[in-house]
Write a protein of this length. Structure first.
Length: 320
């Protein structure tokens, strides 16, 4: 009798623990699904600044999001200086970035976010190989020129910007014509860390090839350049003229703006113009149906844009 009671009791205990395991699993799954919809983080233009990265990694550890979007200009200028001086380049991607993400992955385990990465015009293209190497370890997804799926959505990345006054041309292209605005250096000049046989190609050509036949209604496009003539591409060039020509204070891409108007992507993420939000007081703009957001930031600290994929218009920006 006692034995029987004990057996029944054990059975009940086992059943309870199985039930609680199932319940926990169901709760975790629905939590993950909620998270998928909820927490995405977008940062850009960290320029290898370790204090910004440390803030980012602390935040990722404390409140792991479903996804982290990194919009280019991620690496320190010291890489380029060493490259130009013919010295050994610091291996920031392996020694710092991949190392930090690997530690985060080990800590967060199943809660490790999807990490979508593109480079920016300040990132030497010679480092692309290192990003691809570490992608194989599952640390991030390098989305330059390609689509990856993200739940019911897709993510696409594109690093090229229109010609700038800067010399590094790895990630620059003519915009819609083979013209360069006053004060800027054409991509056919300057220097590169990798040879290119597409220096005459325009951003418009690229976007036509990559996106024209795509349905972008559920695609988050991450472009390092902001779209032209928006609150996101306003540069601090007021009153500046070169050879008696007044410089346009909007420095974004016409091709990207045209693409947004024509193909109406679900959402676009941008960086590049650090001072735009100080000058316009805004970091997001609605272009027809598309929510366009910039995470570029010139102040101290790190700007982090948080958004739910299903509610892009309710994005918020915090400065860490
Ligand atoms: Zn930048």
């Amino acid at each position: 009798m006692h034995q029987f009671t004990a057996k029944v009791f054990n059975f009940v205990v086992d059943k309870t623990s199985v039930f609680s395991k199932v319940k926990t699993r169901v709760e975790t799954l629905s939590l993950n699904r909620q998270k998928m919809a909820k927490d995405c983080l977008f940062v850009s233009d960290l320029h290898g600044k370790v204090n910004r990265y440390e803030k980012l990694f602390r935040h990722l550890e404390e409140e792991p999001p479903a996804a982290l979007f990194m919009g280019g200009d991620l690496l320190p200028a010291s890489i380029l200086h060493s490259f130009r001086a013919g010295e050994n380049m610091p291996d920031f991607v392996s020694d710092y970035l991949a190392d930090k993400f690997m530690r985060l992955k080990e800590k967060l385990k199943d809660n490790y976010p999807r990490v979508f990465i593109i480079m920016g015009n300040d990132d030497p293209k010679i480092e692309e190989q290192a990003l691809l190497e570490h992608e194989k370890k599952g640390l991030w997804e390098y989305v330059q020129g390609r689509f990856v799926s993200f739940g019911a959505y897709r993510v696409f990345g594109y690093a090229y910007v229109p010609p700038t006054p800067f010399l590094l041309k790895d990630w620059e292209r003519f915009d819609i014509h083979q013209e360069t605005k006053p004060g800027c250096i054409p991509p056919t000049e300057g220097f590169r860390t990798q040879n290119s046989n597409t220096v005459n190609q325009t951003i418009e050509d690229d976007l036509q090839n990559l996106l024209l036949n795509q349905d972008l209604s559920k695609t988050i496009c991450m472009f390092h350049s902001p779209p032209y003539q928006t609150v996101l591409d306003r540069a601090g060039l007021d009153g500046v003229s070169v050879d008696e020509q007044i410089i346009d204070v909007h420095v974004g891409s016409v091709a990207i703006k045209n693409l947004i108007n024509k193909k109406k992507p679900y959402m676009t993420l941008h960086g590049h113009i650090h001072e735009s939000s100080r000058l316009t007081g805004k970091w997001t703009e609605k272009i027809n149906k598309t929510t366009a957001i910039s995470a570029a930031w010139e102040g101290p600290g790190l700007a982090v844009v948080k958004f739910r994929v299903d509610q892009p218009d309710h994005a918020e920006r915090v400065i860490l």
